[in-house]
Design a protein. Structure first.
Length: 824
RNA sequence: GCCGUCUUAGCUCAGCGGUAGAGCACUCGCUUCACACGCGAUAGGUCAGAAGUUCAAAUCUUCUAGACGGCACCA
């Protein structure tokens, strides 16, 4: 059989994925052994709004390597795919579409219609990423694909909500929350990012003390909130203000008198030592307000504009316009003390970058103490999850848990899991799994469901078990029984708190099981400029483009070659390395097949050690050592080590030495030699398969004598494919230290001669006599491999003796087992 | 403010207690019958700086400088 001169990745990529998928190779049911151990992974569900980026490609590569490796080891392997409904993202897409195409707002079409359109949007665009994933070659079981708003996953969400509510862990309360005026929804602390603003201002406002001509000065970065002040606080031990405690100030721009209270929170050393208190717009002020029973005056609307409580002069103004106006008015009144430059850190919405407003709002929360303690106990007692890399993630994860606060789970959106709570006319709340149940509890005919939906992370927090069919604690499914806990979670460090920790806690709480044993935290693939890839920086690298340019397999090996957890700057040159590697594998196979008539892959051919030559014994020894080390590296999630081992074994040892040494025999059509090299190649391809699925399948199918006979015992009934062969475990009894040593001595000699040739400028076409001196044992080694030495050293004749007997004008060199000389 | 990471060959990165490694780029030589996406051979580093522990440190400790990440606070 004759192969093309260069590997064409596209053809292989188009040939195999569909067949694998249609033949059910990705399904755990392909495994026919009833006692096979299981291996399971759930995918971090990408957003339906997303398209494949390099971070996905990296994580998917790692998960696929693990899945294919374990499958080849005979595990009943399930990698479960799915997508996330991505509340805010989809909502925003639909709002934009509505605005663009119909010039309408969501309220114009109503909730029901809006949700219908969101589903339509999801149907139309939500599969982009799953189609791209097929190109990656991921061996996920598409028949088990889940979406966070699937019926059964939605039922799971409801029952978890109800259970937590019934036991008092979920409550509804008025709290200071992070409010995004653009998205018009509350956000959890984790969805708020910080942005340092160097040119901020600190404004000092003077408040007149009632009944005196004195004033008290307070400082603020948000002057407009003074319209909502309901007190001024000072430290009780601050002598400057002791006599003012209990007095009131006349709040400028309003007709209100507000008290001066004493509170330990106030730091007498900072600023003026007096703090304006706005309980409805600041978390600390809220706390002070609670302690002093202060009125909570809300002065903003949900879009960040001032409301009527801010006074007629300000009503309707945007918060930033109001800010300027307040300062102006204070200046007019002679109550503006000064404005200092001040570096402020602003909270911004993670998604839309709008400045988040702390605001008093009634929301749903989850108390986390119990689940937090479960997770901490899991770590303390069992070291679960085991993070790779362990440093720093284990410590960061633990520290975060220890300081965990209540989780804000309601969102003012229409797209998502609507909160299963209903209200009657008096405002009584009925939390129920179904509307009917709510009516039954309420005993009335008129209920309104809570308008909010749940944080997207609430449903993805159940992902580790809701995907296996869990609906409530009476559920029993085979998948749940079999695949939970999952074996490993592979994800990025940005969602360790948002997602990983919540899955651990919720899974433990609701199933009593662990979500997963191990967590692999991948690094960040940075742009060429060393910054995280982003649209605004325009430094992104599209995985699909890389697939087109270098092939999927080359891209996968490159991604796998990055040390676990390390960040890496993108560099096309490195992918090229692995594109070249793919081509090397292709051509090595091409060579093995050129004169392969009569030879077949035959594992028995490697067993009769008696009749094997030194290069045979050596390459078999190296093959087995490599296999053992690759398995060991994968066991430890050291993918880059596995890649390096395979790269050097295949290129340096198999191609540069073994093939070169066996070339004459193969070219001469020596069936035994060709059988052996084909068999060694076949084993090497198996080891490469988890990393380079397309290339290895393409080549494996071309090898003579391959069939389902070579499959792992669990897959004998399936049609022939490399993905169902056994992953080479490596056989320590095949280690041959003597062969390693002897072969090394021959390689050393040849390298020295080549060195001499280059140093002495001897043209490759010129042949010469080569003198080798060594002890008797090595003389025998060199004698019995004389033909190979002659060929690779490009010598005419080899003289082997105890001592070198050469003219003075000779180039000499010494290896650890021999001396060599070339007469000039 | 607290916690943490990184700084190794021109570039991108491995190594993390025992005589400095890879790929690419560079230099030299090869139209060698699998592969020029190739073959062969060189060259290139006081492992950011300083001090310490050790028989032995790129690798452990401390400090300094630079790059960066997370958390908290932010009147």
């Amino acid at each position: 059989m004759e192969l093309d001169k260069a590997y064409d990745p596209k053809a292989a990529e188009e040939n195999h994925y569909k067949r694998w998928e249609e033949n059910g190779y990705f399904s755990p049911e392909i495994n026919q052994l009833s006692d096979a151990p299981k291996y399971s992974i759930v995918i971090p569900p990408p957003n339906v709004t997303g398209s494949l980026h390099m971070g996905h490609a990296l994580q998917h590569t790692i998960m696929d390597v693990l899945t294919r490796w374990k499958r080849m080891q005979g595990y009943r392997t399930l990698w479960l795919p799915g997508t996330d409904h991505a509340g805010i993202s989809v909502q925003r897409k639909v709002v934009e579409q509505l605005k663009k195409e119909e010039h309408k707002k969501p309220t114009d079409i109503g909730r029901e219609e809006f949700v219908r359109r969101a589903w339509a949007w999801k149907e139309e665009y939500g599969n982009t990423i799953t189609e791209q994933m097929r190109r990656e070659g991921v061996s996920v079981d598409w028949s088990r694909h889940r979406f966070t708003m699937d019926e059964s996953l939605s039922l799971a969400v409801r029952s978890v909500f109800c259970t937590l509510y019934e036991e008092g862990s979920i409550y509804r309360g008025l709290r200071i929350v992070n409010w995004c005026p653009k998205d018009k929804t509350v956000l959890s602390d984790l969805e708020v990012k910080d942005e340092v603003k160097k040119d901020g201002k600190l404004t000092y406002l003077k408040y007149p003390i009632t009944g005196t001509d004195r004033t008290i000065t307070v400082a603020t970065t948000r002057p407009e909130t003074m319209l909502g002040d309901t007190a001024v606080a000072v430290n009780p031990s601050d002598d400057r203000y002791k006599d003012l405690i209990g007095k009131t100030v006349s709040l400028p721009l309003t007709d209100r008198e507000i008290p001066i209270v004493a509170d330990e929170y106030v730091d007498a050393e900072f600023g003026t030592g007096a703090v304006k208190v706005t309980p409805a717009h600041d978390p600390n002020d809220y706390q002070i307000g609670q302690r002093h029973n202060l009125h909570q005056l809300l002065i903003m609307n949900d879009d960040g504009s001032m409301n009527s409580a801010a006074g007629s002069e300000f009503e309707g103004l945007d918060r930033f316009v109001a800010r300027e106006k307040v300062v102006e008015r204070f200046e007019e009144l002679g109550l503006l003390e000064k404005v200092d430059d001040y570096e402020v850190t602003l909270p911004i919405c993670e998604r839309c970058k709008t400045i988040v407003e702390p605001i008093l709002s009634e929301q749903w929360f989850v108390k986390m103490e119990e689940m937090r303690d479960m997770a901490l106990a899991l770590m303390r007692n069992e070291g679960v999850p085991h993070f790779s890399p362990r440093i720093p993630h284990e410590k960061v994860y633990t520290a975060w848990l220890e300081n965990l606060k209540d989780w804000t789970i309601s969102r003012q959106l229409w797209w998502g899991h609507q909160i299963p709570a209903w209200y009657d006319i008096e405002g009584n709340v009925y939390v129920a799994r179904t509307e009917a149940e709510a009516y039954e509890k309420a005993g009335t005919r008129s209920l309104i469901q809570d308008q909010d939906v749940l944080d997207t992370w609430f449903s993805s927090g159940l992902w580790a078990f809701s995907t296996f069919g869990w609906i409530d604690d009476t559920t029993s499914t085979d998948d749940l029984e079999r695949y939970l806990p999952t074996d490993v979670l592979v994800t990025g460090r940005d969602i360790i708190f948002l997602w990983v920790s919540r899955m651990i806690m919720l899974t433990r709480k609701f199933t009593g099981k662990k979500a997963f044993e191990d967590v692999v935290i991948t690094g960040t693939v940075l742009g060429k400029d060393g910054k995280p890839m982003s649209k605004s920086r325009n430094n992104g690298v599209d995985p699909i483009e890389m697939f087109d340019k270098f092939g999927v397999d080359a891209t996968r090996v490159y991604l796998a070659s990055i040390a676990t957890g390390a960040d890496i700057k993108w560099n096309d040159l490195l992918i090229e390395t692995y594109r070249n590697f793919a081509n090397k594998i292709w051509n090595a196979t091409r060579f093995c097949l050129m004169n392969s008539e009569g030879a077949v892959v035959d594992h028995a051919s490697l067993m009769e050690r008696g009749g094997l030559s030194l290069p045979d014994r050596w390459i078999i020894s190296r093959l087995n050592q490599t296999a053992i080390e690759v398995n060991r590296a994968l066991d430890k999630y050291e993918f880059h080590i596995a890649v390096s081992l395979l790269y050097h074994f295949f290129w340096d040892e198999f191609c540069d030495w073994y093939i070169e040494l066996k070339k004459d025999e193969i070219n001469a059509g020596d069936v035994e030699a060709t059988t052996r090299i084909l068999t060694i190649l076949e084993i090497a391809l198996r080891m490469l398969h988890p990393f380079m699925p397309y290339l290895t399948e393409e080549l494996w199918l071309k090898l003579p004598g391959v069939s389902a006979e070579l499959h792992h015992a669990a897959y004998k009934q399936a049609d022939g494919t490399i993905m169902l062969t056994s992953f080479p475990p490596g056989d320590p009894s095949a280690f041959d230290e003597q062969a390693d040593r002897e072969m090394t001595s021959i390689i050393d000699v040849i390298k020295k001669v080549r060195n001499i040739r280059a140093e002495m400028n001897i043209s490759p076409s010129i042949k010469f006599d080569l003198h080798i001196a060594a002890d008797e044992a090595f003389q025998n080694v060199f004698r019995s491999n004389e033909a190979q030495i002659l060929k690779l050293a490009r010598a005419d004749r080899v003289v082997i003796a105890k001592e070198l007997e050469v003219p003075k004008a000779s180039a000499k060199a010494v290896t650890s087992h021999a001396s060599v000389a070339v007469p000039l």
